[in-house]
Design a protein around this ligand. Structure first.
Ligand code: ARG
Length: 581
C-alpha cells in the first residue's frame, strides 16, 4: 500500500472511531495557505446524520490532532478539514520508498487487458495518426502493467482493405508474367520483383490511378474481394508484399518504442467470418438491405442516429466492421480477457460504437467483459493544420521524426557527446520531444506540435525532462565517487525539500486518475511538476557540498527517489534516457 493510501486510512479510522464508518477521500489541497491536504466529507456526512457539518469536522479534528502523522489540523468554512503532514510522516514516507519506489504504487486487482493500437496499414506509409496511436496505446499498456495488470498488445494491421487490390493490380500491370498471375498457378514460390522502397511509390501510384480511372478502381475492388476469399495467386503475392512492408512498419514502431505481443492484422480475422455471420444469422440479428448484410444496433435511448452495422456488401466483400467484429470473436475464443482497449483517432468512434453494440447484442461478448474506445485528437503543425510535406502530401511519420531530430541535433552539447554518438543521442532526444508533446494534452484534444518549441531544453518538454534526469543521475554518481553514503532520510529542512516530498506522495493519485481517464496527460503533467519542484530544490541547496552529514544524506536520498521516479515514469511513457546530452 502506498503511504498516501496509508494516510487516507488513518483519516478514515478517525471517522470510524467517531462513529462514521464510511469511505472518505484525502485530497491535495488547492488552498495551500490552509494546509497541504483536505478532507471534504463532513458536509456529506452532515446530510446523512442530520448534524451540523462544522460539529462533525470538529469531532474529526479532535481525533486527527491525536495522530502524530498530522499537524495544523484546522476547519474552514462550513466544515472543510485542512491538515498538513508532520516531519515524522514525511520521514517515514521517504524511508518507506527509498529502497523500492514500487512501494509508492497502489497495485490494482489484476485483470487481463488486450490493447489494440498501432493499426498501421500494410504497404501504405505510416502517418501522424499512427504515431499517436502507438504513443498513447503503448503508454496505456505500460500504465496498466505498472498498476498490476496483465496485458496483451496487438498491432492490428490494416491489411484487407482496398489498398490490397490496388497494389496487386498495379503489380499485375507492371509484372504480368509473374507466375502468381497465371491461370494455372498452383501455389509455387516465387520472388517478389520489388524492394521496400519501390513499395513506397507503388501505392500512391495505384491510388492515383484509381481516382482517375474507374475501370482500374473496379478491377482493384474485384481483386480485393478475391484476396478476401483466398484467391491463390493474389493472396500469395499480397502475403509477400505484407511481409515486406511489415519490416518497415516494425522499424518505425521500434523507433517509437512500441512493442507488440501480437503482429496480427485484419486478415487474421477472416477465418472467423463465415462462422460469425452464420452465428448472427441463426440468432436472427442480420438481414439483407439493398443487397447488403446488415445488423441493427440502434437503441431507444440514442440521441443521434446510430446506423446499422454493415457486414457484407452486395458483391460479397467484407468491411472494416466485419473484420473488427470477427477479431473480437477470435480474441475471446483464444484468450481469457477482462477488457479490450482500442486507441485510434476519435473520428472512428461511431465505428467502434457500432462494433461494440453488435458484440454485446449478439452476446459474442458477455456484459462483464469491457470493450473500451479511447480515441485521440489530431496532432497539427504550426499552422493548425495536419502536418504536410513540402510538396503538400501527408507527412510520413519517419520524415516527421527526422525533422525533429534535426532540431534536437542543433541543441546537442558537443563538448559532452562524442562525435560517433551524436546521431543516436539526437534520435533519443527527438523521440522524447515528440512523445512527451504527444502525451501532454488530454488524449482527445487536438494540439499543435511545434518542433522548435518541443525540442527546447527549457519548458514543459521531453528534452527538459531528460536533461534534468541525467543531471540527477550525475549528482548521485558524483556522491558515490566521493564515497558519500545516502541510505537514509532523517531531516526535513525547508520548504523546497518538503515540496518535493509532497509531490512524490501524490504519485498514486496521479496514476489512478490517468488509469481512470485512460489518458497519460496527468502523468506527463506530474513528471514535469516533480522535476521542476526538484530543480528548484536543487538550485536552492548545495547538496554534495553540504557539511551537515545527515542533511547531505537526506538530500541525496531525495535525489535518488526523484531520479528513480522519473526513470519509472519516462519508461511508462516509452521515453528512453541517453547517457549524456
Ligand atoms: N488501420 C486503421 C487505420 O489506419 C486503424 C486500426 C485500428 N484498430 C482496429 N481494431 N480497427 O485507421
Amino acid at each position: 500500500m502506498s503511504y498516501f493510501k496509508y494516510l487516507e486510512n488513518e483519516v478514515k479510522n478517525v471517522f470510524k472511531e467517531k462513529g462514521y464508518d464510511i469511505a472518505i477521500t484525502l485530497s491535495l489541497s488547492n488552498r495551500r495557505d490552509l494546509g497541504e491536504f483536505q478532507v471534504n466529507d463532513a458536509m456529506r456526512l452532515a446530510k446523512i446524520f442530520h448534524k451540523n457539518p462544522v460539529q462533525i469536522a470538529n469531532e474529526i479534528k479532535e481525533g486527527l490532532d491525536k495522530n502524530d502523522k498530522f499537524t495544523n489540523v484546522n476547519i474552514a468554512g462550513s466544515g472543510f478539514i485542512n491538515l498538513s503532514l508532520s516531519d515524522k510522516a514525511l520521514i517515514e514516507f521517504i524511508r518507506d520508498i527509498k529502497d523500492n519506489i514500487d512501494n509508492n504504487i497502489d497495485k490494482m486487482e489484476e485483470k487481463t487487458i488486450l490493447l489494440d493500437y498501432g493499426g498501421a496499414n500494410v504497404a501504405k506509409a505510416l502517418h501522424v495518426g499512427h504515431l499517436r496511436s502507438a504513443n498513447i496505446g503503448e503508454a496505456l499498456k505500460r500504465l496498466a502493467k505498472t498498476l498490476g495488470h496483465k496485458t496483451i498488445s496487438d498491432v492490428h494491421l490494416g491489411d484487407s482493405g482496398l489498398q490490397a487490390g490496388l497494389i496487386v493490380l498495379e503489380m499485375k500491370e507492371r509484372f504480368s508474367d509473374l507466375i502468381c498471375f497465371r491461370d494455372d498457378y498452383a501455389g509455387e514460390d516465387f520472388e517478389l520483383p520489388i524492394t521496400k522502397d519501390d513499395l513506397k511509390e507503388i501505392y500512391p501510384t495505384a491510388s492515383r490511378k484509381s481516382k482517375e480511372n474507374e475501370e482500374f478502381l473496379n478491377a482493384a475492388r474485384e481483386i480485393t474481394f478475391k484476396i478476401q476469399n483466398n484467391h491463390l495467386g493474389y493472396s500469395k503475392i499480397w502475403d509477400k508484399i505484407s511481409t515486406l512492408s511489415k519490416e518497415d512498419i516494425k522499424d518505425t514502431y521500434d523507433r517509437l518504442n512500441a512493442k507488440f505481443d501480437l503482429w496480427e492484422g485484419e486478415r487474421d480475422s477472416f477465418k472467423y467470418i463465415p462462422e460469425l455471420l452464420e452465428y448472427l444469422d441463426k440468432k436472427g440479428l442480420t438481414y439483407i438491405s439493398d443487397n447488403a448484410t446488415v445488423m441493427d444496433v440502434k437503441e431507444d435511448t440514442d440521441e443521434k442516429e446510430i446506423p446499422p452495422i454493415l457486414l457484407q456488401k452486395s458483391d460479397g466483400a467484407y468491411l472494416y466492421a466485419t473484420t473488427d467484429l470477427a477479431t473480437i470473436y477470435g480474441r475471446l475464443k483464444r484468450f481469457k480477457l477482462d477488457e479490450i482497449w482500442y486507441t485510434t483517432d476519435i473520428r472512428q468512434e461511431l465505428h467502434f460504437t457500432q462494433v461494440f453494440r453488435a458484440a454485446y447484442k449478439s452476446e459474442i461478448v458477455p456484459q462483464n467483459i469491457k470493450l473500451g474506445f479511447y480515441g485521440f485528437g489530431t496532432m497539427n503543425g504550426n499552422d493548425g493544420k495536419p502536418f504536410k510535406t513540402r510538396t503538400g502530401g501527408v507527412m510520413p511519420l519517419d520524415e516527421l521524426i527526422d525533422l525533429i531530430k534535426v532540431e534536437c541535433r542543433k541543441r546537442l552539447n558537443e563538448n559532452i557527446v562524442e562525435e560517433d554518438k551524436r546521431d543516436d543521442v539526437s534520435e533519443t532526444i527527438a523521440l522524447a520531444a515528440l512523445k512527451y508533446a504527444d502525451l501532454l494534452p488530454f488524449r482527445a484534444t487536438d494540439y499543435i506540435f511545434d518542433p522548435a518549441k518541443f525540442s527546447d531544453l527549457d519548458g514543459k518538454t521531453g528534452p527538459y525532462l531528460l536533461y534534468s534526469t541525467i543531471r540527477m543521475r550525475s549528482l548521485l554518481k558524483k556522491a558515490k565517487e566521493q564515497n558519500i553514503e545516502f541510505n537514509d532520510y532523517s531531516v526535513v529542512k525547508n520548504d523546497s525539500d518538503k515540496e518535493v516530498i509532497l509531490t512524490l506522495l501524490s504519485l498514486p493519485l496521479v496514476l489512478k486518475r490517468a488509469y481512470d481517464s485512460k489518458s497519460i496527460n496527468e502523468v506527463a503533467e506530474y513528471i514535469y511538476k516533480l522535476t521542476s519542484t526538484y530543480n528548484k530544490f536543487y538550485s536552492e541547496n548545495k547538496i554534495v557540498t553540504e557539511e551537515n552529514n545527515d542533511l547531505r544524506e537526506s538530500w541525496l536520498t531525495i535525489t535518488k527517489v526523484v531520479y528513480e521516479t522519473n526513470m519509472l515514469l519516462l519508461d511508462l511513457m516509452g521515453i528512453d534516457v541517453p547517457e549524456k546530452m
